[in-house]
Structures are given as C-alpha cells and as structure tokens.
Design a protein around this ligand. Sequence first.
Ligand code: SAM
Length: 253
Amino acid sequence: MKIHILTLFPEMFAGPFSCSILKRAVDEGAAEIRIHNLRDWAAGRHRITDDSPFGGGVGMVLKPEPVYRAVEELRENTGCRVILFSPQGKVFRQETAQELAREKGLILICGRYEGVDERIRALADRQVSIGDYVLTGGEIPAMVVVDAVVRLLPGVLGGGEAATTDDSFAAGLLEGPHYTKPRSFRGLSVPEVLLAGNHAAVRRWRRKESLRCTLRSRPELLLVAPLGREDLELLAEIEKEEGPRPAFVSAAE
Ligand code: SAM
C-alpha cells in the first residue's frame, strides 16, 4: 500500500516511522510511506501556506491552493483515496482501519493552524477525527491512522490474519488478559487453566475473560457485538460471579 502524507512538519514523522513494525513493513515492501512538505506546492519565494481568516477572528487558516495542487498531482499519479484529518470528521475506529487497509493507497492531509480553508474538504473522500479533542495539527492523527492500518496489511505481523483477529475491537469485544513467565510474581499467579495444556479450556477462558473485560470497561460494546449462545452462557456465569450486569446490556439480549 502507498501512503502519502501531506504536512508542514515532515520532521515530526522521523521517530515513529523509523522503528519496530512500521519500519519493518516499509523495509519489506508491504507499505510505502512518503512524507511530503506542503510548502513544495506553495507559490512564491516565501512559499506561504496560511493566511488570515475572512471575516476576522483569531489564528490563521491553511490555504487551499497548495493542498489542491499536491492532492491533484499525487492522486492523478496513484489513484489513492484522500483523507483529511479534522475534529469534525467521523471518529476513527478499528473498522475504519480495516476498511482503509483494503485501499490501494492513501493520501493523508494534515491540517494546521486554526484549521483548513473550508474548500479543502471537497478534496477529501473521508474526514477523519481521532477523538473528541483538539490537537495542534493532523500529524499525530496521521501517525495513529498509519500505525493502525499498516499493522493490518497482509504479512506485516507474524502469524498472519490470526495475529489481529483477537485484538480488541476486531470482533466487537475488548481482548482479555495475557500472562508470561514467571508463573508467580509478587504473590500474583498465572491462572491455572493457562498452564494445564487443555486448548479447549484455554479458548473458553479467553473468550470469557474478553467478555468480562468488555463488560467492566466498555459495556456499551456488548450492545452491538455479535454474541453467540456460548457468549450468553459465559455472560451468565460472569453475572453469577460478579453480580448483575448493567440493565441496558441485559435488555439488549
Ligand atoms: N479550530 C479547529 C476546530 O476547532 O475544529 C481545530 C484546528 S486544529 C488546531 C488544526 C488541525 O489539527 C486540524 O485542521 C486537523 O487537521 C488537526 N486535528 C486537530 N484535532 C484533531 C482530531 N481530534 N482529529 C483529527 N485531526 C485533528
């Protein structure tokens, strides 16, 4: 997958993209990530990319011309989908990452200043927010999206598709706990079921703990998660162990 990032601060990307899984994905050819300086498409000797807002008000606004020139050039050459980062966009979720991972390529526009000229929105196939808060620019959202998407590309994580199918949100639930050596640490022991070598029992325990974790931390996810008969039995067991679950979860069954 080709990913083009349009930014006024290319240097911000050096760290996150130069180590671990993202670096390996690039080195092994699963992803090609190009960081472009928007100023390269700005006109004039000073390559100005911002201007004051019409009608007055605080801050500066990212001008449309350099963004249009950059996107039109890159899109014509690559056929990539265009994403604009914006607090007004749809909130980014695991399913968004799954959808984007199926695209041939992406052009990511990082906004700055007080925001972008409204006409830039018309260039975007999607507007993406990474949450209900305001950051200084679209660079950190771009890092978040690239990380979440690239780890889903075929071959990037060892273990194939199975490496991500149990992840939190992949199938609507949170993932349950993990343990490694030592068996006992500061009086806290690894659950016996994980040590006994019974694969069916381990699978059932993991599913139950995933449901328990979801119920405790994000019960609203259970309203839309695809739950089977075994899940309902496991939830009933959890309820016996921990007391009744929130009324709205029971009502949805
Ligand atoms: N004044 C704008 C508002 O209130 O909606 C915020 C502009 S913000 C300081 C500058 C840029 O950062 C935005 O154009 C966008 O590209 C990016 N940005 C900030 N918060 C974001 C978020 N939660 N999700 C995605 N992008 C964000």
